[in-house]
Design a protein around this ligand. Structure first.
Ligand code: HEM
Length: 137
């Protein structure tokens, strides 16, 4: 299993590649029906996952909990399956996957939030000794 920060960054670029291909396809075909799929792949996938990866890199104490792995699974699955659900919803008018995956995305962010509270309120020495500037160097 790669490190959490690396896994987040790799997944984010996978989402970006799919999102860009879809964006180029929409532009070429002049059919913008799937713009929300493209937007969520790029923002929930590329932007959010990459930011999570950089935050784990900046604060390594966050990686030292099962919460980090759970967060990777929830947010990683949602980043791909939520846009897929939006596609199914737009194309077949069946919104159930999108609804379920939006809740998985929310669960991922709540897990991240709990991990932030754990580190910054209950492991103060971890955030004090590992400054972002030092760990990025
Ligand atoms: C090769 C690069 C890209 C191409 C060719 C592309 C293409 C497009 C196209 C054709 C649309 C639909 C415009 C319309 O509905 O009139 C769109 C919408 C959008 N794109 Fe991109 N895009 C690219 C990269 C990105 C990136 C990197 C992001 C975000 C990080 C992004 C975020 C969005 C958003 C938020 C929308 C609006 C979606 C909506 O209205 O539902 N795009 N893009």
């Amino acid at each position: 299993m790669p490190k959490i920060d690396v896994a987040f960054i790799f997944l984010s670029v996978v989402c970006l590649m799919i999102g860009l291909v879809l964006g180029i396809g929409m532009g070429a075909s002049h059919n913008f029906q799937l713009a929300p799929v493209h937007a969520h792949l790029n923002l929930l996938g590329w932007a959010s996952l990459a930011l999570f990866g950089l935050i784990y890199r900046a604060y390594p104490a966050l990686t030292r909990s099962w919460l980090a792995k759970l967060h990777l699974w929830l947010s990683g699955v949602a980043a791909l399956a939520f846009p897929a659900g939006i596609y199914v919803s737009i194309t077949y008018e069946k919104p159930m996957l999108a609804i379920l995956m939006s809740l998985v995305a929310l669960a991922g962010v709540i897990t991240f939030f709990l991990n932030l509270i754990r580190v910054f309120f209950f492991v103060p020495e971890a955030s004090a000794t590992e400054s972002p500037a030092r760990s990025l160097a």
